[in-house]
Structures are given as C-alpha cells and as structure tokens.
Design a protein around this ligand. Structure first.
Ligand SMILES: Cc1cc2nc3c(=O)[nH]c(=O)nc-3n(C[C@H](O)[C@H](O)[C@H](O)COP(=O)(O)O)c2cc1C
Length: 163
C-alpha cells in the first residue's frame, strides 16, 4: 500500500488499511520502486485542488494495468457543493488501472489552509473558507472513519478471493 500525506490524515487511514491486511506492506508513495510483482495496490492521498496531487497522478500513471483501490482524505464535507467532482477526478487519474473501489473520508485541514482559501475573491471556495469545524474536517479521520477504512480494505481483498 502506497500513500502520500503531509499532515498525517491519509497516513492514519493507510495505517488502518494496513492493519486490516496483515500481509500488506505500507510505503510512502515516493519510496515505491517498480510495481511489477504487486497484485493489488492500495493508493492513498490527500485531495488537493479537488483532485489527486501531482505525485499521486504520476504514481497512478505508473500503476497502469494493475489492480488498484484508492483511498483519499479531503477537508470538504462530502455533502458540500463542489465535492461531487472530487471522486470522479480521482477516478479519472486512475483510468489506466483496474480500479477495484475507492474510499474517502474527511481529514482535518492544516490551520493555514482556510486562511489561504479566504484569499479567493468570491464563490463557493471563499464561502467554504469562512466556515469552520467539521466544514474543515475537524475531528477526522476519527475512529468511525478508520473502522470504515478497515472494512473497505477487507471488502476489496474479499472481492479478489471470491471471484
Ligand atoms: C494545498 C491544499 C489544497 C487542498 N485542497 C483541497 C480541496 O480542493 N478539497 C478538499 O476537500 N480538501 C482540500 N485540502 C484539504 C486536504 O485534502 C485534507 O486536509 C487532507 O486530509 C490532508 O491530508 P494529509 O494530512 O494526509 O496531508 C487541501 C489541503 C491543502 C494543504
């Protein structure tokens, strides 16, 4: 399993997935060498600018043809206007892979991010920036998110052994 994480949210989800798959290996995405030999890759990253960060896009390009399950963390609540494009953007970045599923949950935003977003002149990003608390992922990933992540990992793994 390969993950990117700058403030630790996606890493916590990665650890939960790793704990549900005892024979998995967990690595920072940037440390992963050639992908031949891996049957199933869990690839996780934070959502940046409504999609995968560049390093994740590059990694997913390298994973073409492989069985891949995505996991992502994002600051915005999934119910918020604008979120609807996030998961499709991530799926598109994995278009060359055999995508087995995706997991998403909120992740608390670093303190300076809302301040930065407030510089947007207008529109929904600025409105989002002016909110606080759960609107910026406070308290996430929490135990419930991590439990869902473990269940996701087991489900993806199970889907391979059943068929
Ligand atoms: C530069 C930057 C851009 C971000 N852009 C978005 C975004 O477009 N949508 C969103 O929901 N969250 C956005 N976030 C919030 C992160 O996706 C979220 O806090 C994530 O959990 C961080 O994960 P990490 O702790 O693993 O780095 C952004 C965060 C940063 C730092």
């Amino acid at each position: 399993m390969a993950y990117l994480s700058s403030s630790g949210n996606t890493r916590r989800v990665a650890e939960a997935i790793h704990s549900a798959l005892p024979d998995s290996i967990m690595m920072a995405m940037t440390d992963v060498g050639p992908l031949d030999g891996y049957d199933l890759i869990f690839a996780g990253f934070p959502v940046i600018a409504e999609g995968p960060p560049r390093k994740a896009r590059r990694f997913l390009g390298r994973a073409r043809g492989k069985k891949v399950a995505l996991f992502l963390t994002h600051g915005m609540p999934a119910s918020m206007d604008g979120f609807e494009s996030v998961v499709p953007n991530c799926r598109r970045a994995a278009a060359g892979c055999e995508l087995l599923g995706e997991f998403e949950c909120q992740g608390n935003m670093v303190w300076w991010m809302p301040k930065l977003l407030r510089l947007y002149p207008r529109g929904r990003v600025r409105r989002w920036a002016k909110m606080s608390g759960e609107a910026h992922g406070a308290g996430h990933p929490g135990e419930e998110d991590l439990e869902r992540a473990r269940a996701f990992a087991a489900e993806v793994r199970g889907s391979l052994t059943v068929s």
